[in-house]
Design a protein around this ligand. Structure first.
Ligand SMILES: [Zn+2]
Length: 307
């Protein structure tokens, strides 16, 4: 039992496990504590914004008549989940994305811990910003089942969770959220970025999501560089990616970090040449985290106008 600091919004900051403890409670300086306090206030708002925006997207009557606000919501869906309104499974998938956010909100409401640890990055061992220990034995399979084409497999959420943990050495209650204090300390880690990270971990904890693809490894992020774009086009990589008004509309495709000119090897996407299908994206933790942040930042305006 290490130290702990109660935060508001049902969250408690706790000393990380032995071996990765950041040290005595005094390591949590006032600015760090403030950042955590702000972040735990934002996380449920972010998840709630995503839930509400998805509710609007689910009820779109005539998606062909789109105002800028609706387009913004649809764009977020496409960008992070590679999901378009023309997809025959659109309503089902949107409803299920909403379930994941709902489960996170429910989990957070019942109270949760944020274990802080310290692990300095070295070139050979990148530190990681955060993690949830233990993978449910069938977590990904269960979530995949939830999103399957077969309506008979559209189980209630409880059943999905039961399948996820069947035969697992780790129980859901042991899967606590851990955050690297060195990452929190960085200036670039603003309160809303920290909130986004907590939400990423929350989807692991409460919905059994995977790390299929991180945003920082995606084409959309790397496309900022004109030369990279040109070279990728030369190599034919962008053939299947869309362009609108000269801009690339890249959903969240991944390329190798070390060599941006080559698609990365993602086993899950081996068969479809890295054009991920929606069933894969809906398992991706970072998609939920970044989509929620965007819904929170840009979507709430849209909600008010759409009504
Ligand atoms: Zn993750």
């Amino acid at each position: 039992m290490g130290w702990h600091i109660p935060l508001k919004y049902n969250a408690t900051l706790r000393e990380g496990e032995a071996g990765i403890s950041p040290g005595p409670q005094s390591v949590v300086t006032e600015p760090i504590l403030d950042k955590f306090k702000a972040a735990v206030r934002i996380v449920p708002i972010m998840a709630g914004a995503a839930k509400q925006c998805l509710g609007v997207l689910m009820k779109l009557k005539d998606p062909t008549k789109r105002d800028a606000d609706t387009q913004e919501l649809l764009y977020t869906l496409h960008k992070y989940f590679n999901l378009k309104v023309t997809d025959p499974k659109y309503p089902v998938i949107v409803a299920r994305l909403q379930t994941v956010y709902e489960q996170c909100l429910k989990g957070m409401m019942s109270g949760y811990n944020l274990y802080v640890y310290s692990f300095k990055a070295t070139p050979s061992a990148p530190s990681g910003h955060a993690y949830v220990p233990g993978t449910p034995k069938q977590g990904s399979k269960a979530l995949g089942t939830f999103f399957t084409n077969n309506p008979d497999m559209h189980w209630p959420w409880d059943q999905v969770q039961k399948m996820a943990y069947e035969g697992s050495a780790v129980g859901i209650e042991k899967r606590e959220i851990h955050i690297n204090l060195d990452y929190v300390q960085e200036e670039e880690t603003t309160a809303d970025i920290l909130a986004k990270t907590i939400l990423h971990e929350a989807t692991h904890k409460w919905a059994g999501t995977d790390d299929v693809c991180y945003r920082h490894n995606t084409v959309s992020k790397l496309l900022a560089d004109e030369d990279v774009i040109k070279e990728m086009v030369n190599q034919g990589f962008l053939e299947r990616l869309e362009r609108t008004d000269g801009k690339f509309k890249v959903p969240f495709a991944m390329v190798s970090k070390n060599n941006p000119l080559q698609p990365a090897k993602i086993p899950a996407y081996g068969l479809n040449n890295f054009q991920a299908n929606s069933a894969m994206w809906v398992k991706n933790a970072d998609s939920y985290a970044w989509a929620a942040r965007r819904f929170w930042k840009n979507g709430m305006n849209a909600l008010q106008k759409i009504g």
